[in-house]
Design a protein around this ligand. Structure first.
Ligand code: UGA
Length: 476
């Protein structure tokens, strides 16, 4: 199939590379000429596992890059729209890029094509795309509009695309649904998985995935409702973690107990400093706004957002209660990205927490394996230094804060870490360590939904035992 993917951001670029991997002829379009030049030169603009391999494999063969949208549309049968849909100041999705692209596509349509929304968009967007395309002169017999939402996560996007739980196709005509089925056939038939040198499966998804064909409106709702449900799961467990702290229970034990029920599942039940990123915060607001427009006040979503915001404030209270005063304190910060495995700092809870700590007069020494450069662009602040490793960041620090769940942050050499810090205080917003191990290593350790660990100070006569104890959190 000849495919054009308009927009070469996280979703568009990954989709274009993966479609090429499935054997299609793909043109990846972007109006940012410098980005297209970069991609043509072989550079990879985002940090995404397996993307460099896929781009190297298909660039110049089955995958081309261009800024000429109209020519790409003329050459393609399926046109995927994967442009940004940022939040407006009122919280609803700004669809002006989608509209602009739809108009351009309309003027280039010269035979039957399908126009497929890949960006996360509110219900009724496919109707609007159809309407503006007709107004701009496209012949009604020459196109169908479909919705094919993407469920990939940043950091594991390629694996999520090639090993999905399900493929959702929203199409209102059989002709359109058939073309979309053909596009995903290498996955749904299992043919792709039989090939040599394919991208390995890093997800737990069963293969081959099932394809779910629905109306366009249902597909649009499936995307928003999926993200809203996952965010609800996170806020729910964060609320339970707060109760655990108050009563001295352990959120990990509680999560394991809840998650063992197959109706609930263990994934997305990890408490922390709240969800961030370019999707959940934006999509929750947009879905809430869509509901309001239909006359339904989706109060649950508002509460999910409130709990999420509170989680950051609670973490700051933990820092305060561990350090007493904050002015002039030297804090090591591990993690700037909104989650591990990505360089994306959009809506990152880590960035918000750092800004608040700077307002309180703390000096920050930060380390992130991928996101320092991006963070430096938004945190233009002399009070923040960027270090090359966790140990460099921790050097002479009054406390260490863990804000992103990078796997390497869970494997630190604890004696080495303790030896470089001024005080052995760790405040872990991602629960990467076992409190008993931290206690055994002599750390004062605070995490989310679990007992704080305090190390009693030796009595002046030297007879005091320097053993660690765990006690219920006092940081609410
Ligand atoms: C999310 C969805 O997981 C994808 O299915 C969806 O396609 C994507 O949004 C999108 O709409 O494009 P993503 O934003 O990349 O993917 O990241 P997630 O892995 O979902 O994490 C989102 C946030 O939730 C992160 O800040 C993460 O740290 C937090 N989180 C996640 C938790 O706090 N606890 C958890 O148990 C899981």
């Amino acid at each position: 199939m000849r495919i054009a993917v308009i927009g070469s951001g996280y979703v568009g670029l990954v989709a274009a590379a993966c479609f090429a991997e499935l054997g299609h002829e793909v043109i990846s379009i972007d109006n940012d000429v410098s980005k297209i030049d970069m991609l043509r030169r072989g550079e990879v603009p985002i940090h995404e596992e397996f993307l460099p391999e896929l781009l190297a494999r298909h660039r110049g063969h089955r995958l081309k890059f261009s800024s000429d949208l109209q020519e790409a549309v003329r050459q393609s049968t399926a046109i995927f729209i994967a442009v940004g849909t940022p939040s407006t100041e009122h919280g609803d999705a700004d669809l002006s890029y989608v509209e602009q692209v739809s108009r351009e596509v309309a003027s280039a349509i010269d035979g039957y094509k399908i126009v497929v929304e890949k960006s996360t968009v509110p219900v009724f967007t496919s109707d609007w795309i159809r309407r503006v395309m007709l107004l701009d002169g496209a012949d009604a017999d020459n196109f169908d509009v479909a919705s094919n939402p993407e469920f990939l996560r940043e950091g594991t996007a390629v694996g999520d695309f090639l090993y999905p739980d399900r493929v959702v196709v929203g199409a209102d005509t059989e002709r359109c649904a058939t073309l979309l089925r053909q596009i995903y056939e290498p996955l749904t038939s299992g043919e792709y998985y039989k090939q040599q040198s394919i991208i390995p499966n890093t997800t737990k998804a069963n293969i081959p995935p099932k394809i779910i064909v629905t109306s366009t409106k249902s597909a649009e709702l499936i995307k928003h409702a999926s993200n809203a449900f996952l965010a609800t799961k996170i806020s729910f467990i964060n609320a339970v973690a707060n109760i655990c702290e108050a009563v001295g229970a352990d959120i990990k034990e509680v999560c394991d107990g809840i998650g063992a029920d197959s109706r609930i599942g263990r994934r997305f039940l990890n408490p922390g400093i709240g969800y961030g990123g370019s999707c959940f915060p934006k999509d929750l607001k947009a879905f809430s706004s869509v509901a309001r427009e239909t006359g339904y006040d989706f109060r649950l979503l508002q509460e999910v957002m409130n709990i999420n915001a509170e989680q950051r404030s609670r973490f700051l209270r933990k820092v305060r209660s561990a350090l007493w005063t904050l002015k002039g304190k030297k804090l090591a910060v591990l993690g700037l990205a909104f989650k591990g495995g990505t360089d994306d700092i959009r809506e990152s809870p880590a960035i918000e927490i750092i800004k608040s700590l700077r307002k309180e007069g703390c000096e920050i020494r930060a380390f992130d394996p991928a996101a320092c450069e991006r963070a430096r662009e938004v945190l233009r602040d002399e009070g923040i230094c960027y270090r090359q490793s966790a140990y460099e960041a921790a050097h002479n620090a009054d406390a260490l804060l863990i804000l992103t769940d990078w796997p390497e942050f869970a494997q630190l050499d604890l004696p080495r870490l303790k030896s470089v810090m001024t005080y052995p205080i760790v405040i872990d917003g991602r629960n990467l360590y076992d409190p008993r191990i931290m206690a055994g290593q002599g750390f004062i350790y605070s995490s989310v939904g679990r007992a704080d660990v305090h190390t009693p100070i030796s009595r002046p006569n030297g007879k005091g035992e320097k053993t660690a104890t765990a006690s219920p959190g006092k940081s609410q």
